[in-house]
Write a protein that binds this ligand. Structure first.
Ligand code: DGT
Ligand code: MG
Ligand code: MG
Ligand code: MG
Ligand code: MG
Length: 280
């Protein structure tokens, strides 16, 4: 009755369904973490507690959303990947992004005290995250996206490790160190670390050099054959409801593995074909 008078406002809502049969990556990123990391005294350049907290929150997101097949995290960001056959929220952009961001943020704050027992969170500087969804048309491009993030992790970590050694151990000023590093290549930075500080970059922790990859680990393991990438990227023929439920159940039961390994080369993917096949 009276509701009909107002109902037309519903028509103002814009559709935001993401293209079918594409990989969906939801990337979240800490808002103003430059300031937040200073405020709460994160160790420079890498705070193990902060990274472990990011990873712990991301594991909960993976457990909460069985449609996710893999996630990759570095610094204050995490990329969550939905398989092309994912039908969660009818693939609506807004629903997917806000659910991932708010679930992640909720767990980040819930678990904060576990990782920073002596540094309570206090307003007005509280952790929050932004998020966006990007779709990728095939597994090769999805892998290139993941490689891009891991290369970024490596480049930033080598730079930051060198910079903070020069400043904190070498006593150089921030600007001075920055100027000296301008235009240097990886080999130069490795040499500065080794010659001045006796640090072999290769011996730095894998979590700092490679970031963190999360995926589901099944007991059945050790794949016999390795499907070609083309096969892997072919989305499954449309699954029935009961098939989808079965896959979901299997995924929910699986352990979420937390790894700090190379995801650029083929090996990682070949050994775990279910990540790209989406089965289970
Ligand atoms: P945004 O994302 O535009 O709101 O601004 P920020 O400040 O979050 O910038 P972003 O995301 O490009 O860079 C991440 C910042 O977080 C960067 O300034 C360093 C800081 N950060 C992340 N992880 C660590 C850590 O483990 N230790 C320290 N000290 N800082 C960290
Ligand atoms: Mg940013
Ligand atoms: Mg940020
Ligand atoms: Mg960031
Ligand atoms: Mg509701």
């Amino acid at each position: 009755l009276i509701i009909y008078r107002f109902e037309y406002v519903k028509n103002f809502e814009q559709p935001d369904v993401l293209l079918p049969n594409t990989w969906i990556v939801v990337r979240i990123d800490g808002r103003g973490f430059h300031k937040l990391s200073d405020h709460y005294g994160f160790v420079k350049p890498n705070d193990r507690r902060a990274l472990d907290l990011m990873n712990a929150a991301a594991v909960e997101v993976m457990k909460d959303l069985p449609d996710l097949c893999i996630a990759y995290g570095v610094s204050d960001e995490f990329s969550f990947v939905f398989h092309p056959n994912c039908q969660l929220f009818e693939r609506r952009n807004g629903k997917l992004v806000t659910t991932v961001v708010s679930t992640f943020t909720a767990y980040y704050i819930y678990k904060w005290s576990e990782y920073f027992p002596n540094t309570p969170l206090k307003p007005p500087l509280l952790p929050s995250f932004d998020g966006r969804a990007v779709i990728y048309p095939n597994a090769q491009i999805l892998r290139d996206y993941m490689s891009w993030r891991q290369v970024d992790c490596h480049i930033n970590n080598l730079y930051n490790t060198t910079f903070w050694h020069m400043v904190l151990k070498g006593g150089q000023g921030n600007t001075e160190a920055e100027l000296e590093l301008k235009g240097t290549v990886a080999a130069d930075k490795n040499e500065i670390l080794f010659k001045r500080f006796g640090v072999n970059y290769n011996n730095e922790l894998e979590i700092y050099k490679k970031g963190t990859v999360l995926y589901r680990q099944y007991e059945l393991e050790e794949p016999k054959a390795t499907p070609a990438l083309e096969e892997q990227q072919q989305p499954e023929a449309k699954q029935s409801r009961s098939q989808q439920d079965k896959v979901r159940k299997l995924r929910r039961k699986a352990q979420v593995a937390v790894d700090h390994v190379d995801i650029i080369k083929d090996e990682f993917w070949n050994r775990r074909p279910w990540i790209l096949s989406g089965n289970p």
